[in-house]
Structures are given as C-alpha cells and as structure tokens.
Ligand binder design. Structure first.
Ligand SMILES: [Mg+2]
Ligand SMILES: [Zn+2]
Length: 161
C-alpha cells in the first residue's frame, strides 16, 4: 500500500476558468509542477480527482473534459511529472452520485484500484468540498490558497505522512 496525493484540477493544478472546454487554453498554476515532482519523489502516487459537472449541465462535452485532461497530462509531462491516475465526476449536484466531491467516491475508488493507503494520503484542493472529500475518505486534507510552497511546507507538520 502506498500513500497518494489526491489533486483537485481546476483552481489547484490549472486556473479555474469555469467549465473549461478549450484544451488550448490550459496552463499550469505556477509552482504546481515542481511541487508534484517533489511529492512523487517522496513516494506518493499522484491522483487527480475532479468535479466536472459542466457535462451534466450541458455546458461541456465529455470529449472536451478528456481533451483538457490530456493537455494537463502533456504539460505536466513536459515538467517531468507523471500522473498515476485521474478520475472525473461528470454528474450534477442533484444527481446524488457517490463521486461528486464533497463525497469521497473518487478517492475510495482510486484507493481500491491503486492500493492506496488512505490514512497516509493527502487531498489538496481549493474548495471546502475538496477538504471534505479528503476527510471523508480518511485522508489528511489541505486547502490550496494559491501557494504550492505552502502546501509542501504543511507536509512538514507533525501529522505529515
Ligand atoms: Mg477546484
Ligand atoms: Zn459523480
């Protein structure tokens, strides 16, 4: 069993532009790639868990979600970062699915599929629903406020995995 860092996408890895459909607009938030490199080097799996309710709302197509994700993968790879897995929830808030954050479904599925040690894992995201999903899955959680160096520093705290 390995620890993971669960990563929100919009507002955490890339700027949150609201239902981003155009892959050519994707750029990385400064500091994200070096932070992910450091986390991977410390033995953590990197797993994206992203709410994409724009699909349920009819604002974006599943292919566009896939294309944006592919561009994120490409940009991270160019910085030497390899994502181990990625999960997207395309449901809306009223669909009652188990995967939309703040529910922990995506994290639990990732844990089962990738033998992840949840108590030693961390969720990083820019919304309270990210923190709630991480805690519901039994992980530690950090609210991302725009500074990846601060996320890494918080891992030096006594509870760090
Ligand atoms: Mg976000
Ligand atoms: Zn869902």
């Amino acid at each position: 069993m390995r620890p993971a860092v669960f990563l929100d996408r919009d507002g955490t890895l890339i700027p949150d532009e609201g239902y981003l459909a155009d892959a050519s607009r994707v750029r990385l938030i400064p500091g994200a790639a070096p932070a992910l490199r450091a986390l991977a080097a410390s033995g953590k799996l990197l797993v994206v868990v992203s709410n994409q309710s724009g699909v349920a709302r009819g604002l974006i197509k599943p292919e566009e979600v896939a294309a944006v994700h592919a561009r994120v993968v490409e940009l991270l790879a160019a910085e030497g970062v390899h994502l181990d897995a990625a999960y997207h929830c395309e449901h809306g808030p009223d669909d009652g699915c188990a995967c939309r954050k703040p529910r922990p479904g995506m994290l639990l599925r990732a844990a089962a599929e990738h033998h992840i040690d949840l108590p030693r894992s961390l969720m990083v995201g820019d919304k309270p629903s990210d923190v709630a999903a991480g805690e519901a899955a039994g992980c530690k959680a950090v609210l991302f406020t725009g500074d990846w160096a601060r996320v890494l520093a918080s891992l030096q705290e006594p509870w760090a995995c």
